[in-house]
Design a protein around this ligand. Sequence first.
Ligand code: FE2
Length: 207
Amino acid sequence: MIRMSRRFNGIHSLGSSSENPVIVAGLNLALSYENAAIDRLEKRISKTVVPEVKEKLKHHLVNTKAQQDRLKQRIEAIGGFMQPTSEKGKLPIPEPPSILKTMIENNSSNAEREVWESLNDLIIERAEAIMYKGGIQALELLKADKKTIDTLKKNLKEEQSFGDWLERNNPKIAKRLMTKQVEQSKKRAKKNKRQENEQAILEASVA
Ligand SMILES: [Fe+2]
């Protein structure tokens, strides 16, 4: 919930004051996405089947908590009428039609789910980077203070770095997971065929 620290009297010189409510609202918007990102990262860390992804997600969780703190500090520092929000924004994860979503969720292997979610990881990081880029430009246009702009630049750098890692590594990890899955299903099919043949021979010898 956004708490009001003091009554907003509407007297703000838009475009120059660090107390411009639009600036604080923008920082709170970024904070609301980071609040949601923490939940998503924790969920992914518990579910991922790929050790190096787990490590990277853990590292990004630490970064995300630091991003939250930086945003909170700036919101508190530049005052205005808003306090740091604890609300969670909705992350931009593509939402398939419900029938397709159910079908995919009910029929996917762990490896397939991992590939699916790794794409969502990338979408989120790129969306966060776009948000920070837009935010930096807006803050510059609104003549916000340097410390606040630098905070967003630091957050942007971390989002870009994790996004770049995902972009480089997602295809390799997906290839590894799918190759293993295909090999396993071939082995299973071969084993089933052998058992069927053995059963047929057994039945023929009994008859
Ligand atoms: Fe992020």
